[in-house]
Every structure is written in C-alpha cells, then in structure tokens.
Design a protein around this ligand. Structure first.
Ligand code: ZN
Ligand code: ZN
Length: 365
C-alpha cells in the first residue's frame, strides 16, 4: 500500500515526509483494519513532520483523523469491549450481548464493512490512577495514533477496536474526518469552559476546531462572540450564527461567562481573562501555547475567574461529541487532497492556505 512516513523531521521545505510502499498491516489481537476512505490533516501532524513534536519511532505514518471501512478483524475481536466488563456480564444464548457496552467508552460491536473513525487516543492502560478515575486522557501510558503507532496517511490502518468510533450518518467520509480530532478536542475544551445554559461564550481563534465547537455551543443555546485576526474567519463565524466577530484582541460586546482560547497565542490569555464576567472560566484548547505574559491578580483572576488547560480527550468525550454531531448537523468545511499530495497539504497548512480542514483521500489518486 501507499503510505507516508516522517523520515527526517524538519521544515516542510526540507521534505520531512517520504511516500513509501508498505505491506498492508495485519490487525493484531483486539484490533480491526480499516480501508482508509479519508484522513484529516491536523496541525499536530505538522508539528510531528517539522520536529516540534519528537517522533516516538523512526518512520512514523502520521494521521489521526481517519475514516475508513472495516475490512479485517483481528483475533479475539468478538465481542468488542473491555474484557473485564464482558466477563462480568451474565451471558446466555437467549440474551446476546447488547449492542451497547456497559461504559460509554467502549464501542458497540464491530462488523466487517462498518464505517469507523480512528482518533488521536489509540490506547491506555486502564489501570493507572487517572484511568481509574475516568481521566484516561491523562494516562501516562497512552498510545497515540500517528505518533506511537502508524496512522491514516495510508491506504489501510489498524486500530484497537475499543478505541474506534462508530460515526454518525448524514456526513460524507471527508466531513467526518476533521470531527475526530478538531471536533472532539474542541468539544472537550468547550466542556471544560463550563459554559452555563444559554450563556455568553467567547471564542479566540477560529480554525478547524473552533468552527466546530462554536456550532455545538450555538446549537446548545449559547450566544457566541468570536475574536480572530482573519477577516474570512470572521465572516465564516457570522455565517455559522455567531452573535459577533471582531479582531483577535478586541473586547467582546458583552462580558463572557466562559471563553475558549483556540489560537496558540499566550498573549491572548490576559485579554480573554479580562473579558470574563465574575466566575467565568477560560479554557485553553491547544497542545502548544506561546508564553503567557505576567497576570495581574485583580484585573485577570479575582472574582473567581479561572484558566485551565485541555489535554487530549477521553473516549467518553468522543462518544458525546459524535452524538451531538448526530443530533445537530455541523457544517464542516473541507479542502480535499489526494493521498499522493499529503506533503502539499501539510505545506499549505504551514502556510495558512487551507480553508477549513485539509483532508486526504486515498481513492482519488
Ligand atoms: Zn489532531
Ligand atoms: Zn492509565
């Protein structure tokens, strides 16, 4: 199969990715193989290619927004679920295992031909203190798709079945791909902002993740104010139902109950904190943030304003977000590229030349 590997991390102009011919991977125990239909291009892939994110392995295949169709099941794949959960469940021939497992983190049973998604979180130990308290996003033994294990810049990919997602109907393969990282992580960042019902939400930065989170918030009754430097992004925000859209450092037209910072710009932290009403929360969505300038307690934090980070996501976040996306159709802007042009897609992303989300399509080569 065709796949892309990060062979020598460095600036995109230096050609850090190489297109190679690899054997089609075989699914191991508890895994399924997907024939990839679409794979989103995330900024994290760019960090990996350019060496900002240290590779965990040489020659990693990037890509963690993978949509595909199950074409092979690994050994022991039936039934899908956490072994301990299934062992505890009384089983009889008259009552087959329910399609939905006991915890929201476990995918329903998987069959050949199913359309599934593979996301960033590819595995956890389920035994550490964080996993046991429902914070598997913090698991120190996490396995990440397209970093620890090969991802979706390829014609086929394998995934631990318990970490794959069934995907909502009503979306094309390409529209679903960005939901799997930009969508889920943005949703967690939004959740961590603890926006009260019908509250006033500020969104700083308006890229792939923000434009999905904004639609979720609007669908849930929030009044959304978008602060971003790009005129095109401001227009998109208004088209999607934002109440206002202004420059990145502008004050919103009313105090905010909550805010999410999507731009990786630490200078915006005090700006956003100052825009919060009493008791408001600023949630920082990114994996990277430039340095935060000195804060002033009275101006930025007193009156119980708070700032918090977001780290990856749990499977429960993923299932919740995909359920929301199933109830409220989200507008997803996709810029398509053939899989053979993955390097061009990343170069365009580095140069801010991608509208919405870049998505690779293996079948349009
Ligand atoms: Zn990502
Ligand atoms: Zn753990």
């Amino acid at each position: 199969m065709l796949a892309w590997q990060v062979t020598s991390p460095g600036p995109m102009a230096s050609g850090p990715l190489r297109a190679v011919e690899l054997p089609v991977p075989e699914p191991g125990p508890g895994q399924v193989r997907l024939k990839v239909a679409a794979c989103g291009v995330c900024r994290t892939d760019l960090h990996l290619a350019e060496g900002d994110l240290t590779p965990r392995h040489p020659r990693t295949v990037p890509g963690h927004e993978v949509v595909g169709y199950v074409d092979a099941l690994g050994p022991g794949i039936e039934p899908i679920g956490a072994p301990e959960t299934l062992a505890d469940r009384p089983v009889s021939a008259a009552s087959p295992a329910p399609a939905t497992a006991a915890t929201p983190a476990i995918s329903a049973a998987i069959q050949l031909g199913d359309r599934l998604g593979i996301a960033w979180l590819g595995g956890t130990d389920q035994t550490c203190a964080y996993c046991r308290r429902g914070a598997e996003n913090l698991c120190p033994a996490s396995i990440y798709t397209g970093w620890d294990v090969d991802g979706g810049y390829a014609q086929y990919a394998v995934v631990n079945a318990a970490y794959a997602y069934h995907l909502p109907a009503g979306y094309s393969d390409g529209e679903l791909a960005p939901l799997l990282c930009a969508g889920i992580v943005g949703y967690r960042a939004l959740s961590r902002a603890e926006l009260p019902p019908d509250g006033r939400l500020g969104i700083y930065g308006f890229g792939a993740s923000a434009h999905l989170a904004a639609q979720v918030a609007i669908a849930q009754g929030a009044r959304v104010h978008v602060m971003t430097r790009s005129e095109r992004a401001r227009q998109l925000a208004l088209d999607l139902g934002a109440a206002s859209a202004t420059g990145a450092y502008d004050a919103p037209p009313e105090p905010l109950d909550a805010a999410v910072l999507f731009a990786p710009v630490g200078d915006l932290v005090p700006v956003a904190l100052e825009a919060l009403d009493r008791g408001g929360t600023l949630s920082v969505a990114g994996i990277h943030l430039t340095d935060i300038p000195r804060l002033n307690y009275q101006r930025h934090l007193f009156q119980e304003r708070s700032v918090r980070s977001t780290t990856a996501n749990t499977r429960a976040d993923g299932h919740e977000f995909l359920a929301v996306a199933s109830r409220h159709h989200l507008e997803v802007t996709v810029t398509p590229y053939p899989l053979t042009s993955a390097d061009r897609a990343l170069t365009d992303l580095a140069g801010d030349r991608v509208d919405g989300a870049a998505v690779l399509f293996p079948d349009t080569m």
